[in-house]
Unconditional design. Structure first.
Ligand SMILES: NC(=O)c1ccc[n+]([C@@H]2O[C@H](COP(=O)([O-])OP(=O)(O)OC[C@H]3O[C@@H](n4cnc5c(N)ncnc54)[C@H](O)[C@@H]3O)[C@@H](O)[C@H]2O)c1
Length: 350
């Protein structure tokens, strides 16, 4: 990134900036771009946490927080015109919750994206709109590694809603070819400030408390695990890349390596020196993706980005963060489980 780029006064709007990836991204942008103004629009759902944005940022004089929903055009239409850049993270994100009750997923993920895109269309100074999609839109891998041309076969309502949003953004890219829009599809993220409902945060905090942790099914589902700081670096590169290179593009963000859920549980137990007897198996969660691994070629070529954090290093950083921030996660413990009725009538907590 060039000096000239850094010296410009820009305003960036980050939706969902109080959530896991969004807050890591806010922190990166705050540090890397001292002349930029940051606006966060966040509805502070159970997944959003104002503590994810440190006082240093909140009180910096170059940070605005708008409490509200991306589904509200009256609010969005006020904020979007201020932005030179938009990174749209806001979404309902938990697969199990989307099976339990999915209305909010379609409202936020699809309608919220439509509201954001319509407002963006009217903003003639907009330099970039990055839509944060997800690898979940692909469903299980039909071929490996999964490139951006892989069929879209979402397997859960969450993935279905995100797929709807992804295709909606795609349709705007076709209808309005001058719109400076692109789509990123990150694979499974992990790292500091991830909600306890998500797998790695759940395993780490469960084992820190010497409590059993549950692996769904036989645990051989495997994923491409991406450390959140690597994701944020890629999003920043997409923001700063020459617009001609990225406009209308869809790019996967992954590592090209997959690790099974059971392996993850074992790695965390080993690092924390906990007995493997803490790892328990429960019925497989419906809608689960079996196998996921990203092609890394397009991100390397277009964004000149490859993930640099090895899983073995990222997981140690993550564990250390949860060890040192028990005050943060202990407040979330009360609501981490979702009851799902399986087809045989049994109810399982996820
Ligand atoms: N975490 C992952 O592994 C992963 C992987 C790929 C893609 N993604 C995508 O990245 C984005 C961020 O994911 P995350 O894990 O940080 O999610 P998260 O659940 O931790 O945070 C979501 C944030 O969005 C906010 N939000 C929810 N509904 C809103 C609304 N209607 N209006 C405004 N704000 C709202 C929440 O308050 C929260 O701050 C999502 O779009 C998700 O689909 C996540």
């Amino acid at each position: 990134m060039t000096r000239e780029h850094r010296s410009l006064n820009k305003t960036i709007l980050i939706t969902g900036g109080a959530g896991f990836i969004g807050s890591n991204f806010v922190q990166r942008i705050f540090k890397e771009h001292p002349t930029w103004k940051i606006i966060v629009l966040d509805a502070l759902t159970y997944a959003g946490n104002p503590e994810n944005i440190p006082a240093e940022i909140r009180e910096s004089g170059r940070f605005d927080f708008w409490y509200g929903s991306v589904t509200q055009p009256m609010l969005v239409d006020k904020i979007v015109p201020q932005a030179d850049y938009i990174v749209h993270f806001a979404a309902e994100t938990h697969v199990a919750r989307s099976i339990f009750d999915n209305t909010k997923f379609f409202e936020t993920d699809v309608i919220g994206t439509q509201v954001m895109m319509n407002a963006a269309l009217e903003n003639k100074k907009l330099d970039r709109f990055i839509h944060i999609s997800t690898s979940e839109v692909y469903g299980s891998a039909e071929r490996e590694p999964m490139d951006e041309e892989h069929p879209l076969n979402p397997t859960s309502p969450y993935a279905g809603a995100k797929c709807g949003a992804d295709r909606l953004v795609y349709s705007y890219m076709q209808t309005y070819p001058n719109m400076p829009v692109m789509i990123l599809r990150p694979f499974n993220n992990y790292g500091p400030r991830q909600h306890l409902e998500k797998l790695i945060a759940r395993f780490v905090t469960g084992m820190l408390k010497d409590q059993p942790v549950r692996v769904y099914g036989d645990g051989d589902n495997s994923r491409d695990w991406l450390y959140v700081e690597d994701t944020c670096e890629a999003v920043e590169k997409a923001l700063l890349a020459d617009i001609g290179r990225v406009k209308g593009e869809i790019i996967n963000l992954g590592t090209g390596r997959s690790i099974s859920v059971m392996e993850i549980a074992n790695i965390i137990a080993d690092i924390l020196e906990k007995p493997k007897s803490l790892i328990m198996q429960t019925p497989a969660r419906p809608g689960e993706v079996k196998q996921h691994i990203s092609s890394t070629e397009k991100a390397a070529k277009v964004l000149e980005w490859t993930a640099t954090t090895k899983f073995e290093d990222g997981i140690v950083k993550t564990i250390n963060w949860y060890k040192n921030n028990a005050d943060w996660w202990k407040k979330l413990e009360w609501m981490k489980e979702v009851p799902i009725t399986l087809e045989d009538g049994s109810v399982v907590m996820y």
